[in-house]
Design a binder for this molecule. Structure first.
Ligand code: AHR
Length: 502
């Protein structure tokens, strides 16, 4: 099958915010305990953080990490995680029916984030708590000193404020499963008042209000309209979440799901513009897609196990083992964010370690890269610069989620600093090669091309502790430069990065 793609220097979408490659770590399962934190592990630092995991996160180059939840945050008392560790209470976490020891709190997470080379994106509890706990937390984290909460932080060992810029006003407040779930009007009012209090403390902070938990929610997209009407002047981002499933084991349908993601972003973009127009505002609200990933491999059995267990601490939970098919899906999702970089400024893969995550650990043992680590790593490393409006001419197929799904899913990024053009391409056809002709116009002379490929003959292929490199990128041969056009062969069901030096 032939495909022709043209990139033109004047046709761009937006500069990509590097926070598009953000991540998320929740007090859930083994994400924190035996994930990032395991005193006694052979690689543990004096503060108990696993060095092997820090190294993998640094390699992933994720500029922000959302914390501490997730559903967990909606019944969390942030004060339980400060002060001497031996005095911290064990609490029941109502979201995941587990016990939370609070041995990791804001101080430990902040130290970890610094070591891992990522900035904190913090969520406040607007479920079981409200404005007061939120403003105290912001003061504890960001005020230099001379006030009750900032002096307590200093007493607890941290002199300088952490100056966290990005704050989430609750989590998935549209979801009936959420502790303290609210109607859109109730939540909008509370979020607005909380935002005003936080702004009174520091107007330069960036605030994220909850949008819909997914695009099948009965309240979507009216939720966005109501919440934005309440909060528009006080907030900077609206948060969206989406998880991808393939219960039917139908690859064509599965890989077409990012079309729904694209529509979701488009619709919420329209709602933002509607409210902006209604308010005669010049303020631009953007999207923070702060939870996304494949999540279905263990989902049903986890839900059953959770109902039966007796409040365990850090149990195995949501430990999806990803396969090669999920590499293609994650590639298509990231491409959608790049193509929507004008609307989506922040996106967080959910999650980072052990829990629906690109990084897995064994207690006392190894840490390794899941299959989905690789497309994320490649996009995070090379998908920075300006997102390009590509002209794509390729055969397509019909799926439940969209009528015209291009067999070639492609996004392009121009990085003026490195003088490179990078394309991320997924062949959604399992039978045929795509002979891709990539024309570049007005970027200058094409000097060289590199083709990195992730391909496995088995869509079910996984990376495990004993076989951690079963699915991984390799250099591919055969890309040809013809003037300012590059010809590449993209194998059936494969992920490619085509990087052109200008
Ligand atoms: O990431 C797992 C869970 O998914 C989060 O806690 C919640 O926000 C979402 O429903």
């Amino acid at each position: 099958m032939d495909a022709r793609v043209t990139a033109h220097a004047r046709y761009s979408i937006a500069d990509i915010d590097k926070r598009l490659y953000g991540s998320f770590l929740e007090h859930l399962g083994r994400a924190v305990y035996t994930g990032i934190y395991e005193p006694g592990h052979p690689t543990a630092l004096p503060n108990g953080m696993r060095r092997d995991v820090i190294d993998l996160v640094r390699d992933l180059d994720t500029p922000i990490c959302r914390y501490p939840g997730g559903n967990f945050v909606s019944a969390y008392n942030w004060e339980d995680g400060i002060g001497p560790k031996e005095d911290r209470p064990t609490r029941l976490d109502l979201a995941w029916r587990t016990a939370e020891s609070n041995q990791v709190g804001i101080h430990e997470f902040a130290e970890w984030a610094e070591a891992a080379g990522t900035e904190m994106m913090l969520a406040v509890n607007l479920g079981s708590r409200g404005l007061d706990a939120a403003r105290n937390f912001v003061e504890y984290v960001n005020h230099p000193g001379g006030s009750h909460w900032s002096d307590l932080r200093r007493k607890n060992g941290r002199t300088d404020p952490w100056n966290v810029k990005l704050w989430c006003l609750g989590n998935e407040m549209d979801g009936p499963w959420q502790v303290g779930h609210k109607s859109a009007a109730e939540y909008g009012h509370l979020a607005n008042e909380t935002a005003k209090a936080i702004r009174a403390f520091d107007d330069s902070l960036e605030l994220v209000v909850c949008g819909s938990s997914h695009s099948e929610m009965p309240t979507y997209p009216q939720w966005e309209a109501t919440v934005l009407e309440e909060t528009y002047d006080q907030i900077d981002y609206i948060s969206l979440h989406m998880y991808f499933e393939n219960y039917e084991k139908n690859t064509a349908e599965y890989l077409a799901l990012p079309e729904k993601l694209d529509r979701y972003i488009g619709t919420v973009g329209g709602v933002i513009d509607f409210v902006k127009g209604k308010k005669r505002s010049k303020r631009d609200v953007k999207i923070s897609f702060d939870e996304w990933n494949v999540w279905y491999h263990e989902r049903k059995s986890d839900a059953k196990r959770m109902k039966e267990w007796d409040w365990p601490h850090a149990p195995v939970l949501l430990e999806d083992i990803y396969n090669f098919e999920d590499v293609l899906q994650v590639g298509c999702i990231l491409n959608t964010f790049i193509r929507r970089a004008d609307r989506v400024r922040i996106a967080c893969i959910a999650q980072l370690v052990n829990v629906i995550a690109p990084i897995m650990t064994e207690p006392g043992g190894a840490a390794w890269r899941q299959t989905i680590y690789h497309p994320f790593h490649i996009a995070s490393r090379y998908g920075r610069g300006t997102a390009l409006q590509l002209d794509v001419d390729c055969p397509h197929y019909t799926a439940d989620s969209a009528d015209r799904v291009s067999y070639l899913d492609i996004a392009g990024v121009h990085d003026g600093d490195t003088g490179t053009l990078t394309f991320f391409a997924i062949n959604r056809n399992g039978q045929e090669n795509i002979d891709l002709k990539l024309a570049t116009e007005h970027f200058g002379t094409v000097k060289s091309v590199e083709h990195t490929l992730i391909k496995h003959d088995d869509l079910e292929a996984k990376n495990t502790r004993d076989n951690p490199e079963n699915v991984k990128p390799r250099k591919a041969e055969g890309a040809i430069i013809e003037g300012n056009t590059v010809r590449v062969s993209v194998p059936p069901y494969s992920y490619s990065m085509i990087r052109i030096t200008l």
